[in-house]
Design a protein around this ligand. Structure first.
Ligand SMILES: [Zn+2]
Length: 88
């Protein structure tokens, strides 16, 4: 199987993935590849059906800005950011 190093559009995490998996994820997220954590968070956001995050693109944008915010502070992990997002 073909393995490719791919980078998460949200948090910048790099992962070795099969090309099949990469294209599968890209199909779901408007041509962007998200790591497991980020895609999970975006999916949650979409499933909750918030008015502002009712589609994948909106949810992805929300999650990306959250990721960027927490990336600037290495003490806070993405998981913490997600917990905060769920509380909102
Ligand atoms: Zn990520």
């Amino acid at each position: 199987m073909d393995i490719e190093l791919v980078k998460c559009e949200c948090c910048g995490l790099k992962e070795d993935c099969t090309q099949d998996y990469i294209s599968e994820v890209k199909l779901k997220f408007e041509g962007k590849w998200l790591c497991g954590l980020c895609s999970e968070a975006v999916r949650d956001e979409v499933n909750r059906g918030n008015s502002k995050a009712s589609d994948v693109e909106e949810a992805m944008r929300a999650h990306m800005s959250l990721c960027r915010k927490y990336k600037s502070n290495p003490a806070i992990r993405v998981a913490d950011g997600m917990r905060q997002m769920l509380r909102r």
